[in-house]
Design a binder for this molecule. Structure first.
Ligand SMILES: NC(=O)c1ccc[n+]([C@@H]2O[C@H](COP(=O)([O-])OP(=O)(O)OC[C@H]3O[C@@H](n4cnc5c(N)ncnc54)[C@H](OP(=O)(O)O)[C@@H]3O)[C@@H](O)[C@H]2O)c1
Length: 290
């Protein structure tokens, strides 16, 4: 395969490394690709560049995994709508006929509040803010293009280097929502990359998949579980918290039924692995200090 990863960041780099290890040719497109490891081929480009077509390599698969670095409606629109429109137009002009599939990385933010009920790919999206509505517009743009496209809606991504929750719990800043349960839906970075890798190789795809682990978990249970793992005091409950959070349980059934298995089926396996790596790095550091 020849794969272009557009917006090759946290998830994209892990995907690129996996594909590269399998012998595929991978290009990582971003404005500053100097940080990309081999064998990902760096491609310095801005997704909003009107001359993007001239920069694109010949590929047969594309993964759009760019993320807005400005948290505003305009920032989101730029990346999730105008960036994807620009790339699709550029691909159509340069190599569009050869593109076998285009994967658009979306978000479970496209769903609104379901009062804690289950949602899946058949549930009509009902975004509650620009984070959901702009990404949903990007989904429509992608699915309406002549290039065969599929959307993967990811839950909250965590993994190496993205350990904010662990730090919050350690520092006693994690507070349980008073009205509960408020469900959280997450996915480890390696499973997000693994799911994209899996979708690139399936013979036939559905238009939309949900990418979350096997166990939506009440936020408070995640905080308490991590507190136990790190030996921190049990998080306290804040009665005012949670009222404004959209509350839903996302089902990964379609993705699992397509043959994908999770390395980290719940936050427990994922955070335990992160903490084990951290402990290993700490020990290595101590050995070096001696
Ligand atoms: N984080 C979450 O919890 C979460 C949850 C659900 C869905 N998602 C989605 O998952 C996907 C991957 O997330 P991630 O955390 O891997 O993203 P990320 O690392 O934050 O960002 C991906 C890359 O996009 C590139 N980028 C931004 N603007 C660009 C532009 N104008 N032109 C070219 N490249 C640009 C950035 O590189 P440069 O700055 O070098 O250009 C960055 O490396 C995104 O679509 C995100 O919306 C994330």
């Amino acid at each position: 395969m020849r794969v272009l990863i557009a917006g090759c960041g946290y998830v994209g780099t892990e995907l690129g490394l996996r594909l590269g290890a399998e012998g595929h040719e991978v290009w990582g497109l971003r404005r500053d690709p100097s940080v990309l490891p081999e064998p990902i081929r760096p491609l310095a480009a801005d997704l909003l560049d009107p001359h993007l077509a001239e920069r694109l390599p010949e590929v047969d698969q594309v993964v759009y995994a760019a993320a807005a670095n400005v948290s505003s409606a305009e920032g989101y629109r730029a990346i999730y709508v105008r960036g994807v429109e620009n790339l699709l137009a550029a691909l159509t002009r340069s190599a569009g006929t050869g593109i076998e599939r285009f994967l658009f990385v979306s978000s479970t933010a496209v769903y609104g509040d379901s009062g804690g009920d289950w949602v899946d790919e058949r549930t009509p999206p009902a975004p509650e803010n620009f984070r959901g509505s702009e990404v949903l517009d990007g989904e429509h743009t992608t699915l309406e293009s002549p290039i065969p496209a599929t959307v993967l809606r990811l839950g909250g991504i965590y993994g190496p280097g993205r350990t904010r929750l662990i730090e919050m719990v350690r520092q006693g800043r994690a507070r349980c929502p008073g009205e509960g349960p408020i469900w959280s839906n997450r996915i480890h970075r390696d499973d997000a990359a693994g799911a994209l890798q899996h979708l690139l190789t399936l013979p036939a795809l559905e238009p939309v998949y949900l990418g979350v682990d096997d166990h939506p978990t009440p936020l408070c249970e995640v905080y308490r579980g991590v507190a136990e793992m790190v030996g921190a005091p049990e998080p306290t409950v804040d009665p005012g918290l949670g009222r404004d959070r959209s509350n839903k349980r996302c089902s990964n059934r379609l993705l699992r039924e397509s043959g994908f298995t999770f390395a980290y089926p719940s936050f427990r396996e994922g955070y335990r692995a992160l903490l084990a790596t951290e402990a290993g790095e700490g020990e290595a550091g101590e050995r070096q200090d001696r």
